[in-house]
Design a protein around this ligand. Structure first.
Ligand code: NAD
Ligand code: LMR
Length: 342
């Protein structure tokens, strides 16, 4: 009955009813950074999934209590806790989906790139362990700056000889969730119906909502387009400022990450109609990584959707060209970091 709770889908509303079978809890999910602001509510939402049989929670501290607490919920998954580097390998063995929200969040006045120095090392270390223990897993990178941490993860996986670009994802679902919410509010639409693809990257102007491709089809004035685009691009900062030093988005992020996990699990389970936007290795533009809608299947990305980048409005075409230099620099910064490490 819980199926569908995070299953608001990108653009293909008529979902075939799977195999018509009762869903079986059979997948193993690990959260790295599970005691944090995102990790805790994300663990709760994943604990509610009927598809999950094991939920492994890892952090450098405070994860025992989170796991004990969560384990009392009468849903199928078994919750286990893992603390510190010595337990990381065991946390990852046999895992199908690894979600990484480990790292420091922004404070007012900071950009996501200001987190690079700390989070780059954290992501590198965690992805090395993923490569060693569950190289076949889907990897969902939440830690910022996503525009750089995903290229870092790719390099680490390459160095370990296990890189599968179809299974490495930068989580940009929150941008889609926000775009859907803001558009529905502005145009007085039923939330469940609205779907806006968001492409590019996950920072400032690299976040590009394709409002011209909103489903259901909606007309926006130039002023509405500009206001909505800027609000979606600045939504993270909106939360950072409202939290006034206490961190960035955690609850909406957990909701969005849970949706992306649920979509991945449905894809692993054979649902042939799963689409999500994500920041992935891409040949849709001249940049090596790019967020766009992808079709998910048992082996990860099954197809890119090049037509999504065709027929853009003039405003979107311009914004796409404008975001490329920043996104390129962030990608190169991540790659250079990973390549200069011993
Ligand atoms: P937080 O500080 O509340 O939690 C981070 C957790 O990571 C902490 O529990 C900490 O102990 C843990 N951690 C630190 N180093 C670790 C390591 N080496 N191994 C494992 N765990 C480690 O922060 P948060 O609010 O949960 O945000 C986490 C990250 O997610 C930040 O980088 C933030 O910018 C990012 N974020 C991304 C998005 C997105 O859309 N992709 C949205 C919101 C936040
Ligand atoms: C977000 O978009 O909310 C996250 O990337 C966190 C942040 O720093 O804004």
């Amino acid at each position: 009955a819980l199926r569908g709770s995070f299953a608001q889908k990108a653009q293909k509303p008529n979902q075939s009813s799977h195999h018509g079978l009762q869903l079986q809890a059979s997948y193993k999910v690990a959260i790295l950074g599970a005691a944090g602001g995102i990790g805790q509510p994300l663990a709760l939402l994943i604990k509610m999934s009927p598809l999950v049989s094991a939920l492994n929670l890892y952090d450098i501290a405070n994860v025992k209590g989170v796991a004990a607490d969560l384990s009392h919920c009468n849903t199928p998954s078994q919750v286990l806790d893992f603390t510190g580097a010595s337990e990381l390998g065991n946390c990852l063995k046999g895992v199908n989906v690894v979600v990484i929200p480990a790292g420091v969040p922004r404070k007012p006045g900071m950009t996501r790139d200001d987190l690079f120095n700390i989070n780059a090392n954290i992501v590198k270390t965690l992805v090395e362990a993923v490569a060693d223990n569950c190289p076949d897993a889907f990897i969902h990178v939440i830690s910022n700056p996503v525009n750089s941490t995903v290229p870092i993860a790719a390099e680490v996986l390459k160095q370990k000889g296990v890189y599968d670009p179809k299974k490495l994802f930068g989580v940009t679902t929150l941008d889609v969730v926000r775009a859907n919410t803001f558009v529905a509010e502005k145009k007085n639409l039923k939330l469940i119906d609205v779907d806006v693809p968001v492409i590019g990257g996950h920072a400032g102007i690299t976040i590009l909502p394709l409002l011209s491709k909103t489903k259901p089809s909606v007309r926006f004035s130039d002023e509405e387009l500009e206001q909505l685009t800027i609000r979606i691009q600045n939504a993270g900062t909106e939360v950072v400022e409202a939290k006034a030093g206490a961190g960035s988005a955690t609850l909406s992020m957990a909701y969005a990450a849970a949706r992306f996990v649920e979509s991945s699990l449905r894809a692993l389970d054979g649902d042939g109609d799963v689409y999500e936007c994500s920041f992935v290795q891409s040949d849709l533009t001249d940049l090596p990584f790019f967020a766009s809608r992808v079709k998910l299947g048992r082996k990860g990305i099954e197809a890119m959707i090049p037509s999504d980048l065709q027929g853009l409005s003039e405003y979107e075409e311009k914004a796409l060209e404008a975001l490329k230099p920043e996104l390129k620099a962030s990608i190169e910064k991540g790659i250079a970091f990973a390549q200069k490490q011993p």
